[in-house]
Design a binder for this molecule. Structure first.
Ligand code: G3I
Length: 384
């Protein structure tokens, strides 16, 4: 891919934003990654495949690529490494979208995370896997299907990918129990599936950080989810399963009218710290894998909404960044324009959620400043 310099990229971006919104560009010293790096950490983002000039959160969109270059040193594929994307059939892999993403990231000096080697949730299995015939020896066939996937992906990318969400969202948030899938039925239980996934990943990618990733959060109503994740992490340790890190997705949200987001954060903090303390006490590291903010409880008016989002985010990130076990922080996209929230969790008033660092016209918001502030004032990491 031809290198697009920052001036060209932004010229492209300005053309894209013909409506007169000019992205107020942060000075290099004030970028998200510079703030993170000043305390020994990295900042990153999800990104997507796209064809040249596509209006997507893609490396092929010059304006979006300029945000990635300015604020990130670490990237993760939003969808292109999932089973649904790379595994169209039991005997076929399709890397045609993820390969160019990896090539671009490596060529531009980004570190890469892999998301996800197994989304342990039938809703996100490809149809063929939900209906797969595991034959007369289901346990060994299930292990073979899983191993072949993990081995193929990790060996294809080698040291280009240094951290994997080996397993994503295996805990049912409503019960705290482990989700049941066709694989867990074949292999005699979900723990057998997850243990096999991590052991296979460790053998195939001994250089990589192995992460269990989930969206348990600090808001009211996450109690069973947090308890279920703690129970899973305790089980991994008891069975000697090679899991290095808990991925805290951090899709935080203001779901009800919150006139004082800071006060809400102060109320949520003790319980959230009890959860995080229990995780790190088991020797796990932490990684913020998918940060964004749902603002559906706030009014549509932009100024109060942006303030509430920024205050809530700053309080949350101050807590997370007080843990020396937290090294990397990633957003689930840099711009409201391409956020999953627009389709998956639209606001009832249909205005665009404002939970990413940049708005839908690539202008930074108070949230951007709150994130820079949290990263720049975090407890410094001394990585030995
Ligand atoms: O690529 C196809 C396209 O060819 C097709 O025309 C179109 C319409 O069906 O679908 C496109 O695929 C969509 C894909 O996003 C790419 O845009 C899928 O339908 C859609 O389900 C998928 O949604 C993603 C979702 O995970 C499910 O995989 C979201 O973009 C993505 O942001 C979201 O990310 C998850 C993390 O992986 C795990 N943690 C939660 C997070 C938010 O839900």
């Amino acid at each position: 891919m031809t290198m697009i310099d920052r001036r060209q990229a932004l010229a492209g971006g300005a053309a894209l934003l013909a409506a007169g919104a000019t992205p107020a560009l942060a000075a290099p010293a004030d970028t998200l990654n510079a703030a993170a790096a000043s305390r020994g950490r990295r900042f990153g983002s999800a990104f997507a495949f796209g064809t040249a000039g596509a209006d997507r959160g893609s490396f092929a969109n010059p304006a979006y690529a300029a945000l990635l270059r300015r604020d990130c040193s670490l990237l993760v594929p939003e969808n292109e490494m999932k089973w649904q994307a790379i595994r169209p059939a039991p005997d076929r892999f399709d890397f045609s979208r993820f390969d160019p993403m990896v090539d671009w990231a490596v060529a531009n000096g980004f570190a890469l995370r892999g998301h996800t080697l197994l989304w342990a949730y039938s809703r996100w299995f490809p149809a063929w896997l939900n209906n797969y015939d595991y034959g007369a020896r289901p346990a060994s066939e299930g292990a073979r299907v899983l191993s072949s996937h993990i081995d193929t992906v990790t060996r294809r990318y080698g040291r280009k990918i240094t951290s994997y969400d080996v397993v994503n969202e295996a805990v049912d948030p409503d019960t705290g129990n482990l989700r049941v899938t066709s694989l867990s039925t074949a292999m005699g239980g979900t723990e057998a599936v997850l243990d096999h996934a991590f052991r296979t990943a460790r053998a195939a990618a001994p250089h990589a950080e192995l992460v269990y990733n989930d969206y348990m959060s600090w808001e009211d109503g996450n109690e069973k989810h947090r308890a279920g994740v703690l129970k899973l992490l305790e089980g991994f340790r008891r069975r000697g399963v090679p899991v290095d890190t808990l991925g805290v997705q951090s899709h935080i949200g203001l779901f009800a009218p919150s006139p004082d987001a800071g006060a809400l954060a102060r109320r949520l903090e003790p319980e959230w710290r009890r959860f995080l303390d229990a995780v790190v006490a088991m020797g796990y590291r932490l990684i913020v894998t998918e940060f964004d903010v749902r603002d559906k409880g706030l009014p549509a008016a932009i100024a109060p909404r942006d303030k509430g989002v920024a205050d809530f985010a700053r309080a949350y990130l101050d807590i997370m960044l007080s843990y020396p076990q937290l090294h990397d922080v990633l957003a689930w996209g840099m711009s409201d324009r391409y956020s999953w929230l627009r389709t998956f969790e639209p606001r009832t008033d249909a205005v665009i959620n404002r939970g990413c660092p940049y708005d839908d016209r690539f202008a930074p918001k108070p949230l951007y400043g709150a994130m820079v502030g949290a990263l720049a004032n975090a407890r410094e990491l001394r990585i030995i």
